[in-house]
Design a protein around this ligand. Structure first.
Ligand SMILES: NC(=O)c1ccc[n+]([C@@H]2O[C@H](COP(=O)([O-])OP(=O)(O)OC[C@H]3O[C@@H](n4cnc5c(N)ncnc54)[C@H](O)[C@@H]3O)[C@@H](O)[C@H]2O)c1
Length: 433
């Protein structure tokens, strides 16, 4: 099959998204027209069948870590919008000698196109979701309805209707006794766990404020090929379209924001005031996202977090988080504490957060003790979206306003396969809805 997928072929947009976000579901209707592999009998073989949706860099890495979590884990099905991404990912995994015997993805379990996730969900026990975030709410809802275990990469939505949908789906997964692990991977790094445990135990006293920074360089761009449809172009360059990525504050800086929410014992800020714009990435090829944001978050009790993120080439990089308390300062990235109870992580044990999260996921399935990351993954996504809403509109946005927002970033023309790029937001002109 050609790598160039036509907008109305395998890359036909999922028409169900808006329906799902409104609370209904037409997934069964959608699946009834798809050629799905059937005949799966969960739990019979002692093998945990894993399926991957979104076979890019992170998806391939997540599949690798899943397979390294035990000999009973098998990669059983894959899906990607583009056949060559799926095949490249399988080739990468098959090239790892340590995975010998753990990959059994027969051709009929390689599902190409935007509806392929249904085939993966249908045939596997555990589903790894690693597509661009726009698709996550619909994919998570399908996993929830099918009652499968879930690993969901961050962020899990790009707008508030997506967040509300994910909150509902996550509850559904929980009520079915299934495990739900989020790709908020720092939560699975032992050094961060110990640092934040100490903060919670009072090592720096009452938390007064935090500073979190994700200043890094620009990311990849795939260019444009003449035979790509507009939809294919945007999906291949998903980082730069806010309907697909949620903007870089949601796509990347969520890691930093989630760490601060964790420090705050999973209490989320009451409001955010943010400034942002495009200084470097001003060309049309960079779609409609910003390249910098600077935000002040404030909690009900007055605690503040000063957050900044930018993706600029040729500028200083800094990825760090510092928590100021009444009796000391904690540095999360270096896992150290200064002040009344000084401490520095000096463990030499392996501490690969990506491996740790998969080890925890599969152990929870084997032990019958489900993990539930559903609320934090949705709320940390909203914490990022709330700041983006503030920067785009130029207004202070409260948590309640953000959660109730009706803004649906799905572009005009998406259902027809020709998404229109919304204008770059202008603070003070762009309205919050
Ligand atoms: N936890 C982390 O540290 C971390 C690191 C990198 C990326 N991520 C997250 O993982 C996700 C993927 O990022 P990536 O870097 O792997 O991107 P990527 O572009 O390398 O991979 C995305 C893949 O999804 C495919 N795809 C797009 N739409 C699809 C659809 N509807 N159905 C099936 N496949 C589809 C693309 O063709 C591509 O192969 C993002 O949400 C990103 O934020 C997390």
């Amino acid at each position: 099959m050609s790598n160039s997928l036509e907008a109305h072929g395998a890359l036909a947009p999922n028409p169900t998204r808006r329906t799902i976000l409104r609370g209904g579901s037409t997934l069964l209707a959608a699946s009834s027209v798809l050629p799905l592999a059937r005949g799966f009998h969960p739990g019979g073989s002692g093998v945990i069948k894993v399926g991957l949706v979104g076979c890019g860099g992170r998806g391939t890495g997540a599949a690798y870590n899943a397979l390294m979590a035990g000999e009973d884990v098998k990669l059983w099905a894959v899906s990607d919008a583009f056949r060559e991404r799926m095949e490249d990912s399988l080739l990468t995994l098959l090239g790892k000698p340590e995975l010998a015997g753990r990959i059994d993805v027969a051709p009929q379990r390689r599902f190409e196109g935007l509806h392929g996730y249904l085939g993966v969900i249908d045939t596997c026990d555990v589903v790894l979701l690693a597509t661009p975030p726009f698709f996550r709410p619909a994919h998570i809802r399908a996993v929830a309805e099918a009652g499968k275990h879930l690993f969901a990469e961050k962020p899990v939505a790009v707008d508030a209707p997506g967040v509300r949908s994910v909150l509902e789906s996550a509850q559904m997964i929980k009520s079915k006794g299934k495990t739900l692990v989020a790709g908020l991977c720092y939560r699975y790094e032992n050094a961060k766990r110990e640092t934040i445990r100490r903060i919670h135990d009072g090592a720096i006293g009452r938390v007064l404020s935090a500073q979190t920074t994700y200043n890094t360089s620009g990311l990849w761009h795939q260019g444009r090929k003449a035979h790509w449809s507009e939809l294919e172009y945007q999906v291949r360059n998903w980082l730069y379209f806010n309907w697909l990525s949620g903007d870089h504050i949601t796509e990347q800086h969520i890691h930093s924001l989630d760490k601060i929410a964790w420090v705050m014992k999973d209490r989320y800020p009451a409001k955010a005031t943010s400034t942002g714009g495009r200084s470097q990435r001003t060309e049309a090829k960079y779609g409609n996202i910003y390249d910098h944001f600077s935000t002040v978050y404030e909690w009900e009790d007055g605690t503040k977090c000063f957050s900044s993120c930018r993706q600029w080439n040729g500028a200083a990089s800094d990825v760090s988080d510092h928590v100021l308390g009444e009796r000391g300062v904690a540095h999360l990235m270096s896992a150290s504490i200064e002040g009344a109870s000084p401490w520095r992580n000096d463990s030499e044990e392996p501490d690969d957060m990506y491996q740790n999260e998969m080890d925890a996921l599969f152990a929870s399935i084997r032990d019958g003790k489900p993990i539930y990351d559903g609320d934090i993954m949705a709320k940390s996504t909203l914490m990022a979206i709330m700041a983006r809403m503030s920067a785009y509109s130029g207004q202070t946005i409260t948590w309640d306003q953000a959660l109730a927002s009706v803004e649906d970033l799905t572009p005009q023309g998406y259902a027809e396969g020709f998404p229109e790029v919304a204008p770059v937001p202008i603070p003070g002109v762009t309205t919050f809805s």
